[in-house]
Design a protein around this ligand. Structure first.
Ligand code: GLP
Length: 262
């Protein structure tokens, strides 16, 4: 048993957005299998976007080649028409598929406009298994400690399913829409259990709004009240945050953290 408050998760506090993206890309690249096409887990949100830019830069420089990778997104809104620019499918296409030159047929996003969402969720789980599981999952964290759209109260062994967004999430994501009433109320999300099946998880978080959630995630006992605490149960989690997101950590947690190395 680990002593309370002892981080088992590797935490680095980056000194700049560039360093954060660089360290996160390093953590992704290190987890790529050498002998077969990789399976990436991709998150939407503002925190991971710099990581995709850095991966694309490395690919353009010939340092890596992800063009034969498959990818699975974490989640999707329910209720947006196919092709809606606010959909996570559109975000993943723009931030991941195009810059990395992936084959769109190998990039999976839950189909939020499916007539039968339970069947879509079951098929999503099946597609992840058939791909051999996710090698490395890039992850963000919500202000309320959600991972993907697993809001507080989500079962820590949950699988891909239809779920409801929390009021804080609707408020936070309203910035992407013209009007808060347009933010969908429901989603299809990978479960906490689905996310924990990834072989490595790289969590990125930036900004003071994430400080509280990050402190709970790393320092609280594991509980559905803060779904990100479930990451403590995974053997290979790398957390890379900026100073603002780290600002509510206890001195003990900060002392155990590496500080940017570039
Ligand atoms: C959305 C996504 C989450 C993401 C969160 C934080 O709610 N569904 O997967 O972690 O936003 O995003 P950001 O990095 O923009 O703060």
């Amino acid at each position: 048993m680990r002593a309370p408050g002892t981080p088992t998760i590797r935490l680095t506090i980056a000194r700049s957005p560039h360093e954060l993206a660089t360290l996160a890309a390093d953590a992704v690249v290190e987890a790529l299998p050498g002998d077969r096409a990789p399976v990436l887990g991709v998150a939407t949100g503002s925190s991971p976007s710099g990581v995709y830019v850095e991966l694309a830069r490395r690919q353009a420089a010939g340092e890596i080649d992800l063009r034969d990778a498959s990818a699975f997104a974490l989640d999707e809104y329910v209720g947006l028409p196919d092709g809606d620019p606010h959909s996570y499918r559109a975000v993943v296409d723009e931030q991941v598929v195009v810059p990395l030159g992936l084959d769109p047929a190998r990039v999976h996003v839950p189909h939020g406009s499916a007539a039968d969402l339970a069947a879509e969720a079951a098929s999503y789980e099946r597609r992840i298994s058939e791909a051999g599981g996710v090698d490395v999952q890039i992850l963000g964290i919500g202000r309320n400690g959600h991972i993907a759209f697993n809001e507080p109260g989500s079962a820590l062994d949950s699988r891909t399913r239809e779920a409801e967004l929390a009021p804080e999430t609707i408020a936070d994501n309203a910035r992407f829409f013209d009007n808060p009433d347009q933010v969908p109320r429901r989603c299809v999300t990978q479960g906490v259990g689905t996310i924990l099946d990834a072989r490595r998880i790289v969590l990125v978080a930036q900004g003071e709004a994430k400080a509280d959630a990050l402190a709970h995630a790393l320092e609280d006992a594991v509980s559905p009240a803060w779904p990100a605490t479930a990451l403590q149960q995974h053997a290979d989690v790398i957390v890379i945050v900026d100073e603002a997101a780290a600002s509510s950590l206890t001195p003990e947690a900060r002392a155990a953290a590496g500080v940017g190395i570039r």
